[in-house]
Write a protein of this length. Structure first.
Lengths: 840, 446
């Protein structure tokens, strides 16, 4: 007990690896199948042998029956011969005998059974006796015929004629002699008659009578001879006696021959025939019983074979089921479990349990690999989480960046609008504004990139006017190129269709980015955009856009990294975020396409965009319309009180100033609680409420205001820098009537007041924006619903919804949509909102 | 044991109705004899001036035609030794030898067969009369052939009783009146009945319950065999039918055509009903039939029953109350036998009655017409068993010297004299013989 404990139970089970196990299992099943086949084959073989034997027995039976039949025929013919003595029958009998002997010999050679052979041997020997006896009978019959034909008949005639001669001799005049001769003649005639009768119907009495008569004649003639003196007469009588003696001998011989052949035929041969019959019968019975036994045996064997085959088949099926069960239990189920585990892991459920790690076969190896995979997934998840955190951080950062920028742009705009602002300062303000705009665009880039990385974009495939889009983009950059003093070339291939199905917005942005880059980094020479269609038989057609420039080019070692975020071709260049190409690459990828770059330093670069597109019906371009002129605030309208609740002092001030410049009475509060107090005290018509605030946030404040008397009559507009859709939706659900997206401009505020308070503004030129090149040809206003939707989308910065609304409007207002789309793709949401305000 | 079996077989094969056996050698023997017979016929006319007158100083060659019962090698050697002559045995089947003898007297010197062939041979002039004065033991020849009776009360027996055929009458016919000239020399004889297997047929009492009628008892249907010989089997059946009261004959030794028709009608009906299981031609056949169970009751000869007993079958040779069917052996001289041949033939005939041959045939179960000299060659136990019908005091040898009778056994039917006191009929060739042949054929193949 104190020794080393036995470790039998815990010893890891040595298991065959799956391959050999499956092989072994199938080998067993195969073996069983082969066994079934073998048993079947052997059974078949056995049956064939038995059938062969059965056929042989049948053939033997039929031969034996044939022998029996021939024997009967033979016996019949022998009997016929006995009556007729015809030689034709003899020939036939001999022929039959030969045939029968051959048949017996043949069957004798064929049979295997000892008893049958014995019977056949006996049959053959009896038959030999029979045949011999027949020959003897034939011989006797011939002897009988010869004696009768050649001896009896002529001798009787001779005797009669001799008697006749004797009766005419002088000695015959003697009465004794005459009477003797006469009696002798009578006896002779009687004897011959008896002989004839015996010949036709053998009977001992006839024979005896004939012999008695002949004996009487003999005695009488003997007496007569003694009486006669005349030597010639004596001689004649002696001759007669001799003839009669010969007659008697012939008759006795004939009788004996008759008896002999009759005995042979009726007794000896008949006995042999009976014995042959008996033997044939025994043989037949034996063969038939063998046949019957064999038939039973065959049935039994077939049953046995069937049972064995069934049993082995059943065993095989059981084995196969067992094997399937074993495979399912030992292989398939673990595999499914492993597959599920791997799926779980790949889906990120890294806490999924990995079974079978202690197994020593392939499953165990997979389990171990899964474990490794899980570690990798954990790492990847961590990396992704980090990336997501980064993206979120960037998104939040950009959001936070936009808030102060709002104040900068807003105030610079406000100051610039002031009449008393000196021109010099106005120029500075414009610089501030431009810088701010640039900063905003950079922040927008970062936001885009973050959104892409956070997976918030999806392609929107729609049919659109490709030509128009290319023309718009080209005309945009043609101007810039012209200003920069470089040549701008558009090459559009003949086969480019007017309309295609793709994501127009993203395609547009890609082209703008590429062209923007090209124009920016090209100091002299040209910028070229080449549009082609690449078709191959099988795949969907590809739209190929090449943007070529004669700029500085990109060194080979940097080519691969230009599409990575935050990388700039020229590290020295401080311009831009370096996100443009990364966004392009991501968008292209999103559309199922690629962007490649060929470049030579100091020679230029060529970007090649290839995206698949859907071929669509050509659409007709409707006539373009121009947006309406912007409105200005009008005097003589009812006074409205506006409360702005904003924690950021700058923004609070900006709002106050904006509203003041509009001549609208306003107050400010620094947080939610102050706001509620102000509401209670002052009763504003509209509240501009920041969401994120210290002490009490906008949501809580709004909820409380709504709960106050007349709190529901007041219009409360949320001000948020959040670009996240979910947050915005929550805002609307929280009791706000509207919201204003940061950074906002005076125009945004104008639109808000117009919408909610019914204020009218005078038209005026927005000094901060460029003059629209679009003609005022599109006179129809946008439908209110679409306008509202678009405004909401713009406010919350939902580019997807913006695109959606614009696409819906496109059939009726293509030019407007085109313009707004351009702005939207450039993230000039405020501008669009301003335009919408002016349009209404 | 082997020897004993041999002896039994030996006995069996020496039977009155022996014909060719089923063995190849027997067949060849048959063929040989057939050829001889044909040769003899072909030479017929030339034989008138043939052999009998040829005188030579060589040993006389005596040709003996007969059956296997008496033409045995042991006898031939003994006779040659005793007589200083050369013996040529020509054994054959009954019909064959009779035919050869009747048709060709030149083909043999001595003829040994059965009394029922005498009439034929005598009428055919194939045999010559034997002078009784030249038979040394003639006076010792018992009365069975002289008066027809061994004992005063014994019946004569129907049919051709040998005593009626023995003496050549002055008119050349054969009759009972002694004339000093006889047609045959009486020698071997016996009585026949039927045998039965006591495993099936209950044992009866001799001359009391045992009856020929048993053979036609319906309960043995399908187990009854007959001997295939109308001159023998017909009598067995006539006795059986009469015993069962199926028919009554005027003279069972001389059936009329009508009686034969009636008898065959009965037999064929039985045959068709499956009463008979076989017709045997040779003794071994009859043994095999009973041994194999094919028969329970059958026409049989005594050696067959002895063989069955020896092989363990409890067979009994019946002593029917109606009497036996008896047979008698005859020795005849060829009508052409002359001179030294005739002298030698007489010597051979005398030798047969001198004792040794009588003892020999006694061991086969047969009797000899001059028993006393034979007795000298038999032990007391043998004499008591074979002739007196007693219980065997010791094991007794067969003709070949091997044991054939176990001590303590006894023959059914009693002594020689008792047996011949119960003769119903003698084997006979009846006048209706020819008529019976087709009917027999009919029976065989029915």
């Amino acid at each position: 007990m104190k020794g080393k404990p036995l470790d039998l139970g815990t010893e890891p089970r040595l298991r065959l690896s799956i391959g050999p196990r499956i092989w072994l299992g199938f080998a067993l099943v195969l073996f069983a199948l082969v066994a079934v086949a073998m048993i079947g084959h052997m059974g078949q073989q056995h049956s064939d042998d038995q059938f062969q034997e059965f056929s042989e027995l049948s053939a033997q039976t039929s031969t034996i029956l044939d022998i029996e039949r021939r024997m009967v025929d033979l016996q019949r013919r022998v009997l016929a011969f006995t009556y007729s003595g015809y030689t034709g029958i003899v020939t036939r009998v001999r022929g039959l005998a030969i045939e029968i002997r051959r048949q017996i010999e043949r069957v004798s050679d064929e049979v295997r059974d000892e008893e049958q052979r014995r019977l056949l041997h006996r049959m053959l020997s009896v038959f030999e006796l029979y045949a011999d006896n027949f020959e003897q009978a034939v011989e006797e019959r011939r002897r009988h015929d010869r004696l009768f034909e050649d001896e009896l008949a002529p001798l009787s005639r001779q005797a009669v004629s001799l008697l006749d001669v004797l009766q005419r001799t002088p000695q015959a005049e003697d009465p004794v002699m005459a009477a003797g001769l006469k009696d002798s003649l009578v006896d002779l005639l009687f004897a011959h008659q008896n002989a004839l009768a015996f010949e036709s119907g053998p009977d001992s009495t006839l024979m005896q009578e004939a012999l008695t008569r002949l004996k009487q004649i003999g005695r009488r003639l003997d007496g007569l001879q003694r009486q006669t003196r005349d030597p010639s007469h004596r001689q004649r009588i002696a001759a007669l006696m001799e003839i009669l003696e010969r007659y008697r001998t012939a008759f006795a011989g004939m009788v004996q021959s008759t008896r002999a052949y009759l005995h042979l035929v009726y007794v000896v041969m008949a006995g042999e025939a009976a014995e042959l019959d008996q033997l044939a019968d025994s043989l037949k019975r034996r063969t038939l019983s063998q046949q019957s036994l064999l038939r039973q045996q065959m049935i039994q064997d077939m049953d046995l074979n069937r049972e064995v085959t069934l049993a082995v088949s059943g065993l095989t099926i059981l084995l196969a089921i067992l094997l399937s069960w074993r495979i399912a239990r030992g292989i398939t189920r673990p595999l499914i479990a492993m597959s599920d585990t791997l799926t779980h892991i790949s889906e990120g459920r890294i806490d999924a349990c990995i079974p079978y790690r202690d197994r020593r076969d392939e499953i165990g190896i997979i389990a171990k690999a899964a474990d490794v995979f899980r570690q990798a997934v954990i790492k990847k998840q961590r990396a992704e989480a980090a990336n997501r955190s980064k993206s979120l951080f960037l998104a939040h950062m950009s959001h936070e960046l936009r808030t102060p920028l709002n104040a900068i742009l807003g105030f610079s705009e406000l100051i610039a609008q002031m009449d008393d602002t000196p021109n010099e300062q106005r120029v500075y303000l414009q610089i501030i504004n431009r810088s701010g705009s640039h900063l905003l665009s950079m922040i927008n880039d970062i936001l885009d990139m973050s959104k892409i990385e956070a997976g918030q974009y999806a392609p929107h495939i729609k049919s659109f006017d490709l030509w128009q889009m290319i023309d718009d983009v080209s005309s945009m950059f043609a101007l810039r190129a012209d200003q920069a003093g470089i040549e701008f070339i558009l090459e559009r291939s003949e086969n480019v269709p007017r309309t295609i199905g793709s994501d127009e917005g993203k395609l547009r942005q890609i082209l703008i980015n590429l062209l923007g880059n090209a124009v920016k980094f090209t100091e002299r020479g040209h910028v070229l955009i080449r549009v082609e269609i690449e078709r191959s038989a099988a795949d969907t057609p590809l739209l190929v856009c090449e943007v070529e420039d004669s700029g500085a080019g990109i060194p080979p070692d940097r080519i691969d990294s230009v599409f990575e975020p935050f990388v700039q071709a020229d590290p020295q260049s401080q311009d831009g975020t370096g996100l443009g190409l990364a966004i392009c690459a991501r968008f292209a990828e999103m559309l199922g396409g690629t962007i490649t770059l060929e470049s030579m330093v100091d020679a230029g670069s060529r970007f090649r965009l290839k995206i698949p597109f859907e071929e669509t019906q050509e659409i007709e371009s409707p006539p373009g319309i121009a947006p309406r002129a912007m409105a200005r605030p009008l005097p003589g309208q009812p006074a409205h009180r506006i409360l702005s609740i904003e924690d950021n002092a700058n923004n609070r001030l900006l709002l106050e100033r904006l509203l003041k410049s509009m001549g609208i009475e306003s107050r400010s509060a620094a947080n939610g609680q102050e706001g509620i107090d102000a509401f209670t005290a002052w009763r504003p018509d509209l509240i501009l409420m920041d969401i994120r605030m210290p002490v009490m946030d906008g949501l809580e404040a709004t909820r409380r205001i709504r709960a106050l008397p007349r709190g529901s009559e007041c219009t409360i507009v949320a001000i948020t820098a959040s670009t996240f859709k979910s947050e915005r939706k929550g805002i609307l659900d929280a009791g706000f009537d509207d919201f204003l997206s940061k950074p906002y401009r005076s125009r945004d505020i104008q639109g808000l007041l117009e919408r909610h308070l019914g204020l009218k503004f005078q038209e005026r030129v927005d000094t901060m924006t460029e003059v629209e090149p679009i003609a005022q040809s599109e006179t129809r206003p946008l439908p209110d619903e679409s306008r509202q939707l678009l405004a909401e989308a713009l406010v919350i910065g939902d580019s997807d919804q913006i695109q959606e609304v614009l696409q819906r409007l496109e059939p009726s207002h293509p030019q407007v949509v085109k313009m707004l789309g351009e702005w939207a793709s450039d993230y000039q949401y405020s501008r669009i909102l301003s335009w919408l305000d002016d349009d209404s | 044991m082997d020897q004993k079996l041999h002896s039994s077989d030996d006995q069996m094969s020496r039977t009155p109705v022996e014909r060719a056996t089923d063995t190849t050698s027997a067949t060849s023997i048959r063929r040989r004899h057939l050829c001889q017979a044909i040769a003899g016929l072909a030479l017929g006319p030339a034989q008138g001036i043939g052999a009998p007158y040829v005188q030579t100083r060589e040993r006389v060659k005596l040709r003996v035609l007969g059956t296997h019962v008496t033409l045995r090698e042991a006898i031939r050697r003994q006779a040659e030794q005793d007589l200083g002559i050369e013996l040529i045995f020509m054994p054959g089947g009954n019909a064959e030898v009779l035919h050869r003898a009747s048709s060709d007297p030149d083909g043999f010197d001595v003829y040994e067969q059965w009394s029922n062939s005498i009439k034929i041979l005598w009428r055919a002039d194939s045999i010559q009369a034997i002078e009784t004065r030249r038979i040394r033991n003639w006076d010792a020849v018992n009365d069975l052939t002289k008066t027809g009776r061994l004992t005063p009360d014994a019946p004569l027996g129907r049919g051709d009783a040998p005593y009626r055929l023995l003496n050549v009458q002055p008119d050349g016919s054969l009759g009972p009146r002694p004339t000093g000239r006889i047609s045959f020399l009486p020698y071997v004889h016996n009585v026949d009945a039927f045998g039965y297997d006591t495993r099936f047929v209950p044992t009866g009492r001799a001359y009391e319950t045992e009856s020929w009628g048993w053979m036609l008892e319906p309960r043995w249907r399908g187990r009854v065999a007959l001997v295939n010989d109308p001159t023998i089997g017909l009598f067995d059946m006539a006795l059986a039918a009469e015993a069962r009261g199926l028919i009554e004959f005027g003279d069972i030794g001389e059936l009329t055509k009508a009686e034969i028709d009636r008898l065959f009608e009965i037999l064929i009906t039985l045959k068709l009903a499956g009463h008979f299981s076989g017709f045997w031609s040779e003794v071994p056949e009859s043994v095999e039939m009973m041994r194999s169970g094919r028969t329970a009751i059958a026409s049989m000869f005594s050696p067959a029953v002895a063989a069955l007993k020896e092989s363990g079958i409890p067979a009994v040779y019946a002593a029917p109350r109606e009497g036996y069917r008896a047979w008698h052996g005859v020795m005849c001289l060829s009508s052409r036998c002359r001179g030294r041949q005739l002298d030698a033939a007489y010597e051979y005939l005398n030798w047969w009655l001198s004792g040794w041959p009588g003892a020999f045939v006694a061991r086969q179960g047969y009797y000899i017409s001059v028993p006393e000299p034979a007795r000298a060659h038999l032990s007391t136990a043998e004499w008591d068993y074979w002739y007196e019908g007693g219980i065997a005091a010791t094991d007794l040898p067969g003709p070949d010297g091997a044991i054939s009778v176990r001590a303590g056994s006894q023959r059914n039917g009693g002594s020689y004299w008792e047996r011949f006191g119960h003769i119903a009929v003698w084997n006979t060739v009846m006048n209706t013989y020819e008529y019976s042949l087709p009917r027999w054929y009919e029976l065989l193949l029915a």
